[in-house]
Ligand binder design. Structure first.
Ligand SMILES: [Zn+2]
Length: 283
């Protein structure tokens, strides 16, 4: 497998052959930045740790981390230094989380935001050609971070380009910047992110350059998972200790003609209808 960017990084935490490690992957997350995987796909990481003989987690980070915010001890770091810090942080998370493989494609955000960028498209095609994941975790299309949405779109393009029988059966988009609590319950996919809380905290803290300046993603992500589990239903006791909400994106992959914007906006329309109907009922 050849990745196109000269600074692309392939890391197999347990050592051994990269091609074989990728081929084992059953749960694949493709995200924009270092730490997004650990925020949105903890359920997948846990699934694989629960069944190490049957399941294996693969992580892909598309951008290079050069534009990351930096504070405290990192405030004077150059973009180049920041790239290498973030690369190492992601490798550390992959080792902690027992990932089969961690790929970092090393593109600047501007490349990812370019529709049809040949390097990004070729890398994603090579990754999907090298494994047969049961489930793919992506950013969700209503995220408010431009690079997240761009990575989501590049991934949908790559999945649609696969032969129909090679397309994964289950594709979900998880929350990072903007949560998905606003979806109507029928549209919500509950990812069980309440398992292995100690590991979850360690995974988030692996990104020291991001949490050390006071942006406590480690606490905020754990708090959001707990809040979602508690507020999911008013009458039931909490079945899950933590939830990451996700949107089912499989219809966008099984039907390549489906318009991405129409698909996404239909979720907002369903929320609008639900709110209007409840108000009308008691007026
Ligand atoms: Zn991100």
């Amino acid at each position: 497998m050849k990745l196109n960017h000269p600074r692309a990084d392939i890391f197999v935490p347990a050592g051994g052959d990269k091609i074989a490690a990728l081929a084992r992957v059953t749960h694949l997350c493709i995200a924009a930045h270092q730490d997004d995987i650990e925020i949105l796909a903890h359920a997948g990481i846990s699934d694989c740790l629960d069944q190490p003989d049957k399941k294996a987690f693969g992580g892909v980070v598309v951008t290079n981390g050069a534009g990351s915010p930096r504070t405290g001890p990192y405030s004077n770091f150059t973009d180049k230094e920041m790239r290498s810090v973030r690369l190492e942080e992601q490798r550390r998370a992959a080792a902690l989380g027992g990932y089969a493989i961690q790929l970092q494609l090393a593109y600047p955000s501007s490349d990812v935001k370019t529709s049809g960028h040949s390097g990004v498209a070729a890398d994603l095609a090579a990754i999907f050609a090298g494994c047969s994941p049961e489930v793919v975790y992506l950013h969700q299309p209503a995220d408010k971070h431009d690079t997240h949405v761009a990575v989501f779109l590049r991934c949908i393009e790559a999945l649609r380009a696969l032969p129909a029988d090679k397309r994964p059966k289950h594709v979900v988009g998880g929350e990072v910047w903007r949560d998905l609590d606003w979806l109507v319950d029928a549209d919500k996919v509950a990812l069980d992110a309440g398992r292995r809380p100690e590991l979850a905290a360690e995974l988030l803290k692996a990104f020291d350059s991001q949490v050390t300046g006071g942006k406590r993603y480690d606490l905020a992500v754990m708090g959001r998972r707990l809040a979602h589990a508690t507020f999911h239903t008013s009458h039931a006791t909490d079945a899950l200790a933590g939830i990451t909400w996700a949107m089912d994106l499989t219809p966008l992959v099984t039907d390549p003609t489906r318009d991405v914007a129409d698909f996404t906006l239909a979720h907002i329309d369903r929320l609008r209808t639900e709110v209007a109907e409840r108000l009308a009922k008691f007026r």
